[in-house]
Design a protein. Structure first.
Length: 549
């Protein structure tokens, strides 16, 4: 970050300046980043600060005498004068709130609170200190029911008020960090995070054992599924779209209430970013591009937190822009840029007759005439409906928990899904993606793609062909089915009208070249990447703003 810009940011945020003055007495001055480069994870002793939303900053560091990385939040702190104004503001809000419109959601409540704050606080840059009596009570401005404050004081007070009434309380700072994947809380211990750049990392924030039960109840109410001793485990979705899980009872969670929040990403990660991170390669991405364009069905499989949904969202732009997409999920994780997107969610609360599960949504999908059906995640018997949809000509793509193509076949052909083995050839291929510990760091890799050739009566089994394989030694992906891909030649080239099926590899190589060029030009934004892909669909090579030759 430019030194001049950094100095302006520090001067504009006194809480950051105070933190910098404190931290420089303990270690060298941190490096400032406006956007966090992925490469910093390779530093042995990182020491950096980056911004979140609003006036929040985050300090990640490790010194030679530390065993692990630490993540410190830097947020505004109310001084004594601001605290007095804050407390008086709360009283006035209670007084005037009944005059405002009724609210039904957190967003509406936030809007009303900000409106009340603007009504009550008079910004006066000369009001550096509050005028107080000897007893410490605030003496209001000459206007009745008004509070004078500087713009900085107003900003700090507003942050604390929103944070504690509408926001995430002690978790608010984390909700403003765009680089977080998961938040893990066990009461009485430091909160840990899954960071997109640094992996698992310990924070300086803790929810005490005394505060844990009350906080768990408040969080569950925000998810719309109140937790109690009678219902000690709940799952739900927070107002910002993040997915939460709470285990409440001491009888179950021995150390006290524990909570996990899987963060919702406002802007999905692009396919070019995944290529740059080596999660998959440009040759895999080019293969997937052709498969999605020509309506092939596949599963992305792997364990928990291996990035299945991230990869699914990254490749959805490969579907041609004019197609109708139908998504069916229990929690909203799919992010689809297409204009015609029918986004449906299950309903598991309320009267029995009003509940809708994934099975119901997938049956409804067959009557909605979508071009592509994307169930968020298949776990049980609804898997049979996915195969019925494939048989009726609907391309389907979903995520599934399994570590190998063999396990996928075993689980789908066994209880409770019970798909006949002869139906398995409706599935074109399986992507296996895993989270791997490599030299003490967690990496995510697509380890294989296996093409499904069909059922073999002689051996009573499903025949598959390994198309791509990850080489863990060199950390590269090898296209083992190059010039021998069952899907590209038999299922795409023939249907696309290629007289010589090997000509499909010419188009494959062109797509790979486009993706490589985009990575080289650092085109990583999800929506910019989407426009590149769709421009190619509409105008071919002429529609691309880069030269791919």
């Amino acid at each position: 970050m430019n030194v001049e810009i950094k100095d302006k940011i520090i001067q504009k945020n006194p809480h950051l300046k105070n933190y910098m003055d404190y931290i420089k007495r303990k270690m060298r001055e941190p490096v400032f980043y406006s956007a966090l480069p992925y490469e910093v994870r390779e530093e042995k002793y990182p020491n950096l600060i980056y911004p979140g939303k609003g006036s929040i900053f985050f300090h990640v560091y490790k010194t030679r005498d530390m065993d692990e990385l630490e993540y410190h939040t830097i947020e505004p702190v109310l001084d004594a004068n601001e605290q007095i104004k804050h407390d008086e503001l709360q009283k006035l809000i209670i007084k005037f709130a009944p005059q405002k419109k009724s609210v039904l959601s957190d967003d509406e409540l936030k809007d009303v609170l900000q409106e009340l704050i603007n009504d009550i606080i008079e910004v006066d840059e000369k009001a550096v200190k509050a005028i107080t009596s000897k007893k410490g009570k605030l003496i209001k401005s000459s206007k009745h029911d008004k509070i004078k404050a500087t713009s900085l004081q107003k900003s700090n007070i507003e942050y604390f008020l929103i944070k504690n009434i509408v926001g995430g309380g002690p978790l608010e700072c984390f909700m403003r960090d765009p680089y977080l994947e998961d938040i893990h809380m066990i009461t009485g211990q430091k909160i840990h995070l899954i960071h997109k750049v640094f992996g698992m990392i310990k924070t300086n924030i803790e929810i005490s054992k005394e505060d844990g039960p009350l906080f768990a109840r408040k969080l569950s109410e925000k998810m719309g599924t109140p937790v109690s001793e009678g219902q000690p485990i709940v799952d739900g979705v927070l107002p910002d779209g993040s997915r939460g899980n709470i285990i409440y009872s001491d009888a179950i969670s021995i150390k006290g209430p524990s909570m996990t929040i899987r963060r919702f990403t406002e802007s999905p990660i692009s396919i070019t970013q995944l290529i740059k991170w080596k999660t998959l390669s440009s040759n895999i991405a080019a293969y997937l591009w052709l498969c999605l364009q020509y309506g092939r069905s596949f599963f992305i499989c792997g364990g928990t937190a291996c990035g299945k949904t991230t990869t699914m969202n990254a490749i959805i732009p490969f579907i041609p822009p004019e197609k109708k997409i139908y998504t069916a999920e229990s929690t909203p994780e799919m992010q689809v840029p297409h204009t015609v997107w029918q986004q449906l969610l299950t309903k598991t609360t309320g009267p029995e007759e009003g509940r809708v599960d994934l099975f119901d949504l997938l049956k409804a999908a067959l009557r909605s005439r979508p071009d592509y059906i994307i169930p968020g995640e298949v776990r049980g018997a609804e898997g049979s409906i996915v195969f019925q949809a494939m048989q009726t000509g609907h391309p389907c793509m979903t995520t599934f928990h399994a570590g190998t193509v063999t396990k996928v076949i075993q689980r789908f052909t066994g209880d409770p899904i019970n798909v006949p083995k002869t139906f398995m050839d409706n599935l074109d291929f399986v992507v296996i993606q895993l989270a791997i510990d490599r030299n003490g760091k967690l990496i995510r890799r697509a380890t294989s793609i296996d093409e499904i050739e069909g059922y073999n009566r002689e051996v009573d089994g499903i025949m598959s062909r390994n198309a791509f394989e990850w080489d863990p030694v060199e950390d590269i992906h090898r296209f083992k089915a190059n010039r021998n891909s069952f899907v590209l030649e038999e299922k795409i080239a023939k249907n696309a009208g290629y007289a010589d099926t090997s000509e499909i590899y010419v188009e494959y190589n062109k797509r790979k070249m486009i993706l490589d060029k985009m990575v080289e030009e650092n085109i990583l934004d999800y929506y910019e990447v989407t426009q590149f892909i769709w421009s190619y669909y509409r105008e071919g090579d002429k529609g691309l703003p880069i030269d791919i030759k």
